[in-house]
Design a protein around this ligand. Structure first.
Ligand code: KIV
Ligand code: ZN
Length: 525
């Protein structure tokens, strides 16, 4: 029988460490629900000790996810481990994932600990975690650049103390496939109790080799867990991309002979959700989830595909969740049809009142746009959820003027804590004028670090979806807005980002955190 390959998703933890990808707890819960629909085996929901926001997100995810194991990262110390255990209390199945650096460079320069101290700390930490759970994962950070003899000593001790998953991180994306695979193989062969643990790989993509290294870890090294993220999101150049490893293993079952439990039809919806929430646009030629991944432009290819699909296609678009843009609803569709479509799309709305509000927005959109697609419905739902989170500012109306040879101007009406405000502004273009108009009243002082527009569906009738990323005082937030009018979508996105900045519950991005859990003590990930 084929072995099972465990898919450990760390979009909500390592993925969130991408500068600018920070998510609110509500957004994390939405992604966690999609990961559960995707049937990932383990969801690393965050790093409980990093901030109260992360702790709370893990706690809520642990309570609401039933089918996947929920995991929290922790440094190998009692305080972090207790915090992780506390956050995971409500989980059906919870895992503590602890790490400590083992490379000479990290131990000396970052931890300022001797190898013996790291060895002792590993034993103490795994022993301490055992009182909370039997599901313990241990990672020697910067593993691929660690001395193999020292790694053997530390990992043998971690397993002896009760760690049952051993994860080898290629923290800085330094590994190359055959070498990295061989390293895992040799660790497994040399460590006497290696068979008591499942071996895992966690690869970063600095050299574009994360997927190849992970698969080499599996094929050469015998690893049976891959840590990965949706769209390959993650620190710097990102992590191993989930969709690529899963589809490689599925498509080349003849070679890998491994089972993965993933419902592949949920891959594209997961990719779109993560991209929409983080504002990280998926490049069109990205494998599996890029807009062009299944597009055949050359005549020879088109001809071949029409004659026999397998001439140029190794996967079927529908198997990874691509749907042909189907017109699903229109102006005359009623509330029941709308509600049913929400259910079919896997959208859970908490109350009938929320469905009513979303339905009202749908009707408003259907009045302006005759054809409503699934993507439009999902955009309405996202906006609804964002609106419910922290609505301090709300878009009301906009008029703007731009004419060749004249400086564009905008007049916007929005509410601030329920009070209507009107402001005017000028700018280089209509979007600039609109955002200047908002700022002239709000005076947030935030810096716009990213502005991007995407068409949600095809054609000029499509809604534009805008992401505005704002940075202020070490915090980075993303706001998303959609509308058939991209200037209105821009205003909505900007106000959504301001709402997040305004919300006090919003956490500081992990990569900017300071103090006990921050860079000052050299223990960041
Ligand atoms: O890249 C890394 O080393 C990590 C570990 C915490 C697993 O993210
Ligand atoms: Zn990592």
């Amino acid at each position: 029988m084929a072995d099972k390959l465990i898919i450990f998703d760390t979009t909500l933890r390592d993925g969130e460490q991408s500068p600018g990808a920070s998510m609110t707890k509500e957004e994390k819960i939405r992604i966690a629900r999609q990961l559960e629909r995707l049937r990932v085996d383990v969801i690393e929901a965050g790093f409980a000790a990093a901030s109260n926001g992360d702790f709370e997100a893990i706690r809520l995810i642990a309570q609401s996810i039933k089918d996947s194991t929920v995991c929290s990262l922790a440094r190998a110390n009692d305080k972090d481990i207790s915090r992780a255990a506390e956050a995971l209390k409500g989980a059906n199945s919870g895992r503590i994932h602890m790490f400590i650096a083992t490379s000479a460079l990290h131990m000396e320069k970052k931890l300022r600990m001797t190898p013996d101290q790291v060895f002792e700390q590993t034993k103490l930490a795994v022993r301490f975690a055992r009182q909370f759970t039997n599901d313990i994962e241990f990672s020697p950070e910067d593993g691929s650049r660690s001395d193999p003899d020292f790694l053997c000593r530390v990992l043998e001790a971690a397993i002896a103390e009760g760690a049952n998953t051993i994860n080898i991180p290629d923290t800085v994306g330094y590994g190359v496939p055959a070498d990295f695979g061989q390293m895992i193989k040799s660790l497994r062969e040399r460590i006497p109790n290696s068979d008591k643990a499942i071996w895992s790989v966690h690869c970063h993509n600095d050299l574009g080799l994360a997927v190849a290294n992970s698969l080499a870890g599996v094929m050469i090294g015998g690893a049976r867990q891959i840590e990965c993220t949706i769209n390959g999101l993650g620190e710097r150049a990102g992590n191993t991309s989930l969709e690529e490893v899963v589809m490689a293993v599925r498509t080349r079952k003849d070679y890998f002979n491994l089972e993965v439990g993933i419902d592949t039809t949920q891959i594209v919806p997961a990719s779109k959700l993560v991209s929409q929430i983080t504002g990280f646009v998926v490049q069109p030629n990205k494998a599996v989830v890029g807009a062009n991944a299944f597009a055949h432009a050359s005549g020879i290819h088109q001809d071949g595909v029409l004659k026999a699909r397998s001439t140029y296609e190794i996967m079927r678009a529908e198997d990874v969740g691509w749907t042909t843009n189907k017109i699903v609803l229109g102006k005359l569709s009623g509330r029941n049809a709308f509600k049913q479509r929400l259910q079919e799309l896997g959208v859970k709305m908490e109350s009938e009142a929320e469905i009513n509000e979303a339905f009202a927005r749908f009707k408003e959109l259907a009045d302006r746009k005759s054809e409503i697609y699934d993507e439009d419905i999902l955009a309405i739902v996202s906006e609804e959820e964002n609106t419910h989170e922290n609505e301090y500012y709300r878009f009301v109306s906009l008029s703007q003027k731009s004419e060749t040879g004249e400086r564009p101007s905008a007049r916007i009406v929005f509410s601030e804590a329920g009070q209507e405000r009107t402001s005017q502004g000028e700018g280089n273009g209509p979007v600039d004028a609109t955002l200047n108009a908002i700022e002239s009243t709000v005076n947030s002082g935030a810096e716009l670090v990213l502005y991007s527009v995407n068409a949600i569906t095809n054609g000029t009738q499509a809604q534009g979806e805008v992401t505005a990323r704002l940075a202020l005082g070490g915090r980075i937030v993303n706001g998303v807005g959609s509308d058939p009018d991209i200037i209105v979508a821009s205003a909505k996105a900007y106000l959504a980002a301001l709402n997040k900045l305004h919300s006090k519950s919003e956490k500081v991005n992990p990569q900017y955190s300071t103090g006990a859990n921050g860079p000052s003590n050299g223990m960041t990930v």
